[in-house]
Design a protein around this ligand. Structure first.
Ligand code: OAD
Ligand code: ZN
Length: 373
């Protein structure tokens, strides 16, 4: 990947298989070559329009907004070593991200549509939100490379933990412990943390990109290995379409790579339109709407995607704060500190929550920052 990354994109490079490096040429290729083995590879960017923040976007990404927890690196919230010492930040976040409260996006429905059309070979996701399943994609079509919230177990003796109990604990903002009395180990959803192996399903399906006749990569920075190497396994001459805010992972470096830069939902709508599937896609997406009446309020101004995401991140920060049981005195201290922007001393929260930097707090507690002004 490193080599591909450094290759300059030259859009004038003549494609070897496609007629042009654009969506229309991809659609022509699908129809004329009888394409039936599409691999899709996705990340958090396909869920942002549902209101779930991604990880690395500069302002709205989770990592930028987790700087306030006692984490040296925001990625620590998904670090198994850190979790053993302090599972609270993860459970504060789990409370927010737990499946069930978000609706699949048009991009999820587009993947379901590829499946319905018999064109999907496999869907590889890094997401833990289960929105692909919620969009109707069968479990055996999905490789959840970074696991999911669907199951959970004790990190010590590996005993599975009951789903309903888990749901309740997460809702109540509590840390679940092993049901085996003499163990009492920490329970963790079967999400792949940094430092943990990917699930067997990833390794079993790893050769599928090589068999694909088209690759679609959406909403991922392709910055976490080994997932990031998957698009590189597609054979030369197999078109790879990137639908993402920006160019990532060396996509664009091969002659038959097509870059559709921008919003995923807009990109898949464009794709569906070019395929003549426009109405089918919208109908399929409508099936995921839990409250069809909500859509009747079409005359009301709809907040932009960024506004909705910002609102969601603010709400998330407030809930995380609540879950971590900040004391009134501590909040007072935070407000005082936020009122002194020139001072950059870290605030000692308590021995368990560790040090909290002022900069991080401004980021995650915008409501406190506002109150302090
Ligand atoms: P990132 O946050 O790293 O990347 C998301 C990508 O999607 C970025 O390139 C965004 O610009 C883009 N994006 C965001 N919203 C978009 C939209 N509406 N339309 C188009 N593009 C959009 O998320 P991932 O690549 O999924 O792992 O991150 C990979 C892994 O890093 C995660 O699975 C997680 C994390 O640490 C673990 O926790 C193990
Ligand atoms: Zn146990």
């Amino acid at each position: 990947m490193g080599n591909e990354e450094s290759t300059m994109v030259d859009d004038s490079t003549r494609p070897s298989v496609l007629e042009g490096r654009n969506m229309e040429a991809v659609v022509k290729y699908i129809k004329e070559r009888d394409v039936k083995r599409i691999v899709v590879m996705v990340g958090a960017g396909i869920s942002t329009s549902a209101g779930i923040p991604d990880f690395r976007s500069p302002d709205t990404g989770l990592y930028a907004n987790l700087a306030f927890l006692d984490l040296e690196e925001p990625e620590d919230v998904f670090d198994i070593g850190f979790f053993r010492d302090n599972p609270k930040p993860f459970y504060a976040l789990a409370h927010e991200l737990y499946p069930g409260r978000y609706r699949p996006t048009v991009a999820h429905s587009f993947i379901k549509l590829l499946y319905d059309k018999g064109l999907l070979l496999k869907h590889f996701t890094q997401n833990i939100d289960c929105l692909e399943r919620q969009a109707g994609l069968p479990g055996d079509m999905i490789v959840e490379a970074h696991g999911s919230f669907a199951t959970q177990r004790c990190i010590e003796c590996k005993t599975p933990y009951p789903d309903e109990e888990m749901q309740k604990k997460v809702q109540d903002g509590e840390v679940p412990h092993c049901t085996v009395p003499q163990c009492n180990g920490l329970v963790k959803p079967d999400i792949v943390f940094f430092g943990e192996a990917l699930p067997p399903s990833f390794f079993e399906s790893r050769d599928l990109p090589e068999q694909a006749d088209l690759c679609i990569v959406m909403g991922t920075s392709l910055s976490v290995q080994p997932f990031a190497s998957l698009p590189g396994f597609c054979r030369p001459g197999v078109p790879r379409v990137l639908i993402n805010m920006q160019r990532v992972g060396g996509l664009g470096s091969r002659p038959d790579d097509v870059l559709i830069l921008g919003d995923c939902d807009a990109g898949v709508r464009k794709f569906a339109k070019a395929m003549g599937w426009e109405e089918e896609l919208e109908a399929l997406w409508e099936e995921t709407n839990p409250d069809p009446k909500a859509r009747e309020a079409e005359n009301e101004p709809v907040p932009s995607r960024d506004e909705r995401l910002r609102q969601e991140v603010d709400r998330l920060a407030e809930d995380v704060e609540r879950t971590l049981n900040m004391t009134d005195a501590y909040q007072q201290l935070v407000r005082e500190k936020l009122g002194e922007p020139s001072e950059s001393t870290a605030i000692k929260a308590d021995s368990k929550e560790g040090e909290v930097s002022q900069e991080g707090l401004n980021h995650v507690f915008p409501h406190l920052a506002r109150k302090s002004r």
